[in-house]
Unconditional design. Structure first.
Length: 116
């Protein structure tokens, strides 16, 4: 039986266009997972050149690698600086409304006057 050869998949290698990057980050934000968002920003920064992004964001390259790793926990200000360095802006849109909980019908009974 032959051995199966695997390679590491790196998202940064596939983020070639602005459209690719936008779709990738939108998908990450949809998950509402801070670690995933930080890692996705790290992938995009590596795709664009981490050294250049770190310089433009005013953050050390090594610090940026660490902050935007899957185990990183970047400050919000760092996220905003990186987004600006990438030529992106963070915008707010209304969240999809959650459907109202369905209520079971309540059985109606005739009220009987109480005796006093």
């Amino acid at each position: 039986m032959s051995k199966l050869k695997t390679t590491v998949w790196d998202a940064a290698e596939y983020l070639k266009t602005d459209e690719d990057i936008t779709a990738y980050l939108e998908a990450a934000f949809e998950e509402s997972d801070p670690a995933l968002i930080a890692a996705a920003l790290g992938d995009v920064a590596r795709a664009r050149g981490m050294t250049q992004i770190a310089r433009e964001a005013g953050v050390g390259r090594e610090s940026l690698y660490k902050a935007l790793s899957k185990d990183g926990n970047p400050e919000f200000s760092t996220v905003l600086k990186v987004m600006m360095a990438l030529g992106l802006k963070l915008t707010a849109t209304p969240a999809k409304p959650k459907p109202a909980p369905r209520r079971e019908p309540v059985a109606r009974t005739a009220s009987v006057p109480r005796r006093r």
